[in-house]
Design a protein around this ligand. Structure first.
Ligand code: GLV
Length: 326
């Protein structure tokens, strides 16, 4: 009898997803955070045929070198910068991510974070809880109107586009910069204006929202210079990946009033938060939860689990839509 495939899931995920995986092979589930520890995955990976990993787990070249039986790495995320894809490919291991299914949840969240930040929801709420609400006041917690302002979107992929659509409901006009420009018909349909460099986008935006993937080119792309080009009332939103922003520069920009506010869901060295951000004014800090809804996390898991099921049962690559292609 054929020995069942062994599947490692690095932390607990929705039950329904585990159900699919259990029909595919023997499933081991790590504890919360267990495989974030350096070296933890290296120690166990050798005996597994498939890995369903979280974005917080580095799947580095040294993990891949020990993964003698591994056929697929499925990331429980759309961004897959935690995986050394070139090493995986060289070792003949397929890599899958989870596009599309989290677009709407992340776009909703981005708009929520933008409003929470520009209207100081979190600071106002904690002031109230601390007993500081002494009655309505004309000058308390003044924020910024969205109507008539400009939203700059850096990275016009699926999530960027979904944010652009929502933003216009609030009277924001949308500018964008992306590696490649959208087709004219799509720009027209989305009612967005292309700007050919990030510097100009920053100088023309009241709010700059980051939606590009983390790559060597985008690492620290939002640096002191870009921040200094934003108007002093501007709000920076990042729901993409932390290292795209130079956090030290951002914390300084907030402390020095170079920009007005920032809403962050992602950080350079998660789960570490730069101490200067913790004390920065007008800064909303959330713990990487943009895709955290019941429906979306289940859909993410299903897409990742299906890629594992398909690869382990020999489905050809071209029939697995969420494999990362060279
Ligand atoms: C979440 O951050 C994702 O990339 O899916």
């Amino acid at each position: 009898m054929k020995t069942p495939s062994r599947i490692l899931v690095t932390e607990p995920i929705p039950e329904k997803v585990l159900g699919v995986l259990k029909q595919t092979g023997d499933v081991s589930i790590g504890e919360k955070g267990q495989f974030q520890e350096k070296g933890a995955l290296e120690q166990v990976i050798e005996s597994y045929d498939a890995l369903l990993t979280m974005l917080s787990v580095p799947v580095s070249t040294s993990v891949i070198q020990r993964a003698k039986k591994l056929k697929i790495i499925a990331n429980f995320a759309v961004g897959y910068n935690n995986i050394d894809v070139d090493s995986a490919r060289a070792a003949g291991i397929k890599v899958a991510n989870t596009p599309d299914v989290l677009t709407e949840a992340c776009a909703d969240f981005t708009i929520g974070l933008l409003i929470a930040t520009t209207r100081s929801f979190i600071q106002a709420e904690s002031a109230l809880r601390n007993g500081a609400f002494k009655g309505w006041e004309p000058l308390g917690f003044l924020g910024m109107d969205l109507n008539g302002k400009k939203l700059g979107i850096f990275g016009m992929g699926r999530i960027g586009k979904a944010v652009a659509k929502r933003a216009q409901v609030f009277g924001l006009s949308v500018l964008y910069h992306n590696r490649s420009r959208l087709a004219p018909e799509e720009e027209k349909a989305l009612n967005v204006e292309y700007v050919d460099n990030l510097e100009t986008l920053a100088s023309r935006s009241d709010i700059l929202s980051i939606h590009c993937p983390l790559t060597p080119e985008t690492t620290h792309r939002v640096n002191a210079e870009i921040l200094s080009l934003l108007p002093s009332h501007a709000c920076l939103i990042n729901t993409s990946r932390g290292p795209i922003v130079d956090e030290e520069a951002l914390a300084n920009a907030l402390h020095q009033g170079i920009i007005g506010s920032a809403g962050l869901d992602v950080y350079e060295l998660e789960p570490h938060i730069h101490p200067k951000l913790l004390t920065a004014p007008n800064c909303t800090l959330l713990p990487h939860i943009a895709s955290a809804t019941h429906e979306t996390r289940e859909a993410i898991g299903m897409l990742a689990a299906n890629a594992i099921r398909q690869v382990l049962s020999g489905v050809p690559d071209h029939r697995i839509p969420n494999l990362i292609r060279p």
